[in-house]
Design a protein around this ligand. Structure first.
Ligand code: C2E
Ligand code: MG
Ligand code: MG
Length: 288
């Protein structure tokens, strides 16, 4: 009964679930994930990958998003969508998220001085006291200028406790860090988020970009997002760009920035530095 009840909790309200044997197997997988996660931070099994973000007007890499990777000692890689919810439940996301901020700042301090690093924040991390201090300390320790750090939040984080959220975002903005609204268009309250909080960038969710090549309705939605962003003085990033055709449509609708497999998959820190140098050299060679 407890397992069935737990499954209902995972599926969301307004549903029911009968006990099934497979719930035992799910529970065992979950327990292994929990034990593994508790050990992983100490065992140094996490690393960051960086995915370039490209300006569609200059064709230069303006920065990268830091994406967490968990490579178990047995060699298996576990995707963030599997382990981040568990890390949130266990409260491990706070130290893990702090580690991500520190590592991302440290890596970005070695990049060309005009490049920004974007770090994803979990709602749990956002609610944990001390976030502003963690960010300030990471900037000081790495020597990275605050204007080169961007924090990505999602609308779901901003649904409750408006005054508290606003205060945290204001303190982060006062440090000089910029805030991006990730997965834009997939939540409930995007427009009020833009109205109420200090947000400088919106990232259009890849779910919209995936369809633009074949669906004129999706192009209209993306164009509307770009115009909205422009109207309120935000920059806009299109996420999940996979093809040259998608890239061209995004140029046509005026998107500032793009990120996706078309340019590069997320790369290990050293590979990212090599990629940036090669990408920019290629532009110089093409212009000669
Ligand atoms: P996100 O922040 O929206 O990150 C973008 C995701 O899209 C990444 O998946 C990236 O690898 C993937 N992606 C990039 N380009 C393409 C593309 O062209 N096509 C497709 N199909 N996918 C693309 P990833 O790395 O698996 O991360 C998934 C999510 O996990 C992230 O979504 C973010 O919400 C979360 N996440 C990752 N790293 C962290 C972290 O350090 N902290 C927190 N709190 N969440 C993180
Ligand atoms: Mg993100
Ligand atoms: Mg996203």
């Amino acid at each position: 009964a407890a397992l069935a009840l737990r499954r209902v909790g995972e599926l969301g309200s307004g549903t029911y679930f009968f006990y099934e044997r497979m719930l035992n197997a799910r529970m065992q997988v979950r327990r292994r994930l929990e034990t593994g996660l508790r050990e992983a931070l100490i065992a140094d099994e996490f690393e960051l990958a960086f995915q370039p973000i490209v300006s569609l007007s200059t064709d230069r890499i303006v920065g990268a998003e830091a994406l967490l990777r968990w490579q178990r000692s047995c060699g298996t890689g576990i995707p963030p969508s599997d382990f981040i919810p568990v890390a949130e439940d266990l409260g491990i996301i706070a130290p893990l998220g702090a580690w991500v901020i520190e590592q991302a700042c440290h890596a970005a301090a070695k990049w060309p001085a005009d490049m920004v690093v974007a770090v994803n924040l979990s709602p749990v991390q956002f609610e944990t006291p001390g976030l502003v201090r963690i960010v300030a300390d990471a900037l000081t320790a790495s020597g990275l200028s605050a204007s080169r750090l961007q924090l990505e939040i999602t609308e779901s984080m901003l649904l409750h406790d408006n005054a508290v959220n606003l205060s945290i975002l204001d303190q982060l903005s006062e440090l000089g860090v910029s805030i991006a609204l990730d997965d834009f268009g997939t939540g409930y309250s995007s427009l009020s988020c833009l109205q109420n909080y200090p947000i400088q960038e919106i990232k259009i969710d890849k779910g919209f970009i995936r369809k633009i090549e074949f669906d004129s309705y999706s192009v209209k939605i993306v164009r509307m997002c770009v115009e909205l962003a422009r109207g309120i003085g935000c920059t806009v990033v299109a996420e999940g760009v996979e093809t040259a055709a998608e890239c061209q449509i995004l140029r046509d609708v005026g998107s500032d920035l793009a990120q996706g497999y078309y340019f590069s998959k997320p790369l290990k820190p050293h590979d990212f530095e090599v990629f940036v140098a090669g990408f920019h050299n290629r532009i110089v060679e093409n212009n000669v």
